[in-house]
Design a protein around this ligand. Structure first.
Ligand code: GDP
Length: 324
């Protein structure tokens, strides 16, 4: 009998990669999708060639009844909660929505699992944004949190309620504290994809400049395709736990931008404009993860370095832009 998985946020970057991974492993994959307003929202699943293989369940993460029905319909053995309002920048404009979707909804899902089938294994998508104003040079599972955005605060609630349900009700609930992870399927609002898309447009004469905010920020960027394997591994362990998933290398936005422009033979300084509109009310200056626990306990290691990742993204955007 094949295992059943339910993925919230299945139309997002991580949802698409995870759906593909689980399908390859022989899972029956269900995806909770809130709005079926446009076909366009399936573009990531389309690009990975798995749209027809994912069983879509209509329902909103904030709707308790929809979550119970999704568990009933999917008969899920494993639930991956990847649904969120995940863009830090937008979280200042939608703080309450962010709290409801990225925070309180986690409790609704855990409650649904506890009441419907407490044997269901649960993965919570936690985030390095919870470290925010960092309290240690390299952030590990034991580093204190200090979120710096409504998104980070909402995610911290989701993280602790996951820990709490594990400890209170003995649920197999794990939390992956994932550092930034990117891919050609990243949304255009995130800085890596904004850059690789702009580089492709500039190279093909469809755009002249690239406007960015704080390019001194440093991030530990990995490849989303590598990171979804860590999620799956967490749910295959005998005991649930929390894990940092990161590369252990940090790079400035500036250096990431230089890699992208250099890949197509252009110079960043000829096109880059610093625009105050893209600065944030509070910034996370630097993130650097310590993935030792994931390595030793899960046997997980990142396979893709930043240069490989950014050039892969630029190449994908060069192809897309040329077809427009
Ligand atoms: P985050 O780490 O989840 O906020 O991921 P982002 O990709 O949105 O942002 C990464 C970093 O890039 C943050 O420190 C941003 O302030 C910085 N950054 C600089 N310019 C931009 C921009 O134009 N867009 C975005 N999204 N981020 C920018």
């Amino acid at each position: 009998m094949s295992k059943h998985a339910l993925i919230t946020g299945v139309t997002g970057q991580d949802g698409a990669y995870l759906a593909k991974l689980l399908l390859e492993k022989g899972y029956e994959v269900y995806g909770l999708v809130a709005r079926r307003s446009s076909d366009h929202m399936y573009w990531r699943l389309d690009e990975l060639g798995v749209t027809g293989d994912v069983r879509i369940i209509d329902g909103d993460l904030t709707d308790q009844g929809a979550l119970i029905r999704a568990l009933q319909t999917s008969q899920a053995d494993e639930v991956y909660n990847l649904g969120a309002q995940s863009f830090v920048g937008a979280s200042w404009n939608q703080p309450v929505l962010t709290a409801e979707v990225s925070g309180v909804a986690v409790t609704k899902l855990l409650e649904a699992i506890r009441l419907f089938n407490p044997k269901t294994r649960f993965y919570q998508a936690s985030t390095s944004e919870m470290f925010g104003l960092i309290q240690a040079e390299r952030q590990s599972e034991s580093t204190p949190f200090y979120p710096r955005s409504p998104y980070g605060v909402a995610k911290l609630y989701g993280h602790w309620i996951t820990v709490n349900y594990r400890e209170s009700f003995n649920l197999h609930a794990s939390s992956g504290i994932l550092f930034n992870h990117e891919s050609p399927l990243r949304g255009i609002e995130f800085v890596t994809r904004k850059v690789t898309d702009a580089v492709a447009r500039i190279k093909q004469g469809k755009q002249k400049e690239l406007r960015l905010g704080n390019i001194d920020a440093k991030r530990d960027w990995g490849f989303a395709g590598d990171y979804v394997e860590a999620m799956w591994l967490m749910l295959q362990q005998d005991t649930p736990d929390d894990y940092v998933v990161a590369t252990g290398v940090t790079t400035t936005v500036r250096d990431m931008v230089n890699i992208a422009f250099a890949h197509v033979g252009l110079k960043a300084e000829d096109h880059l404009i610093i625009d105050p509109a893209f600065f944030r009310p509070a910034e996370v200056d630097v993130l650097l993860g310590d993935p030792t626990k994931a390595k030793t306990q899960l046997g997980w290691t990142p396979k893709t370095d930043l240069e490989t990742l950014i050039t892969m993204m630029v190449d994908a955007d060069m192809r897309r832009v040329s077809k427009e």
